[in-house]
Design a protein around this ligand. Structure first.
Ligand SMILES: [Zn+2]
Length: 190
């Protein structure tokens, strides 16, 4: 018989308590799919503020949250190449992309937008079942700071260019629904 005061039960109780506390702490700290702002949330229509250099120590935590939620979206809906900070209520000019490797765009600026445009059915994690037909520039240059606050420049075309136009719009409170080509540019994805 193991008595209620046995060392074994004491250790078991302590280990379980620590596990439960850590689990609760993780759940409170780490953002999940339930933190994703959805179509109609007023925060999605706000213009985000630049990231300050003094906020650089916070960037790692923001990116970990964005990465976690994007992984959950991919697992649930099968899409998701990039996410903008405001989609998690982080009202900062920051984009996180992960296609073949993680890339953090801090305070991005778009330039050299090509005259040539193309049409596509766009999607968004903030309304995962809706597709919206929009027009995007075929090419652009994005200038930004990386996670080490180093200035970077990247010329993009086609799929990458339209992706970054979509994410950049989020930083200015613009959703692809607001760029629909016409009133029939909406399609439901089952
Ligand atoms: Zn989006």
């Amino acid at each position: 018989m193991i008595s209620a005061h046995s060392p074994f039960l004491f250790v078991l109780h302590t280990v379980l308590s620590i596990f439960i506390i850590l689990h609760i702490a993780f759940e409170q700290i780490m953002k999940t799919i339930t933190d994703l702002l959805l179509l109609g949330d007023p925060r999605l229509y706000e213009v985000c503020r630049p990231v300050l250099k003094t906020e650089l120590p916070l960037v790692g935590g923001w990116v970990a949250d964005l990465d976690n939620v994007m992984k959950e979206i991919r697992a649930k809906y099968g899409f998701g190449r990039a996410i903008a900070a405001p989609q998690l209520g982080i009202m900062k000019r920051l984009i996180y992309m992960n296609i073949d490797k993680p890339v953090v765009f801090i305070n991005p600026k778009l330039s050299g937008l090509s005259d040539e445009m193309f049409e596509l059915w766009d999607d968004c994690m903030s309304f995962p079942h809706l597709l919206v037909k929009v027009k995007r520039h075929q090419a652009l240059t994005i200038k930004y700071l990386d996670e080490n606050w180093e200035p970077q420049e990247w010329k993009m075309e086609n799929a990458l260019a339209e992706l970054l136009q979509h994410e950049y719009d989020h930083l200015n409170g613009i959703l692809c629904t607001m760029r629909a080509i016409d009133e029939k540019s909406f399609r439901w994805r089952a």
